[in-house]
Design a protein around this ligand. Sequence first.
Ligand SMILES: [Zn+2]
Ligand SMILES: [Zn+2]
Length: 328
Amino acid sequence: MSTFDGLIREFPSIAIDNFKLRPGVNVYLLSHVHSDHLSGLAAKNWSSLIYCSQITAKWIPMLASRSSQTAFENGQSSTLERRYAHLSRYLRPLEVDIPNYLDLGNGRKVRCTLLPAHHCPGAVMFLLQDDRSCILYTGDARNEAVDLAALKAMKMFGFGAPQIDQLYLDTTCCHVAFKEFPSREIAISDLVTFINHRPRLAHYYIDAWTFGYEDIWIALSKAFQSKVHVSPYLYELYKAIDDMIEPKILPHLTLDGRSARFHSCRLGPTCGYGGAGGEHSSSRELIRIQPNVSWFSEVLRKERVQELETEREKQRFFQRGRVVGRIY
Ligand SMILES: [Zn+2]
Ligand SMILES: [Zn+2]
């Protein structure tokens, strides 16, 4: 859950990922589509430009609430309620890795470069520079060492990386409990190994409750030659960005729940496996997989606490432990 107030102290006329209309702010930036970063955007009287990545700009007007998705899939509503459709005219997509100059007013401009955040499709970090300041806002970055090495914009200056004066950092995992945090590659490899040791007839529900689990879908689809069943709503979203993204996600998704061994659908009436009375529900095992970094926090925290010897250390540990931000 994002707790950032959206304000960039070095650039008071810029707000990021927090969309209360504020006097003096005339540049709004959006790092990605997760709902905790969209606060204020459902307001129908929104009237300012929003700069974001091309994928984010494509998805925002298409997003529907979970309750609307449920009503649509259960046939209680004939249409999806697109919460942010009114923003189409205000979204300004920018290319990743290409510096853009945005007008801050009063003759001041900021050089704004979007950098990949590897968090979910379209997620970016913002590098903001003028002749006074250089700041990096990471959003919910999930860059690993290999991703950081590939940051092209950091090499655009001819003399190495820019000096960052202020870092606005995603602190979700800045905690001792995440000391042994596995890489994305290892986590996915462990999941494939786990499934390899289960009966071949077992089915799996991958609890992808938001965007950002695409690497798991692709890996499972490739490893087990079975696509992942998703809702028509999700399928439509990934189809809309298919020509904008690598590796491709859509070829690993299916609308046919009866043919799929993996499900990130809503286990509703359209899923051959699913729900009460689903055609396979009594004959095959359905194993629920919930990929979530908070698992590492909880488990490692308990183990670590057992190692601590004094009450004082325990107390200090838990005080630090409260500084846990968003989960995924
Ligand atoms: Zn996020
Ligand atoms: Zn399904």
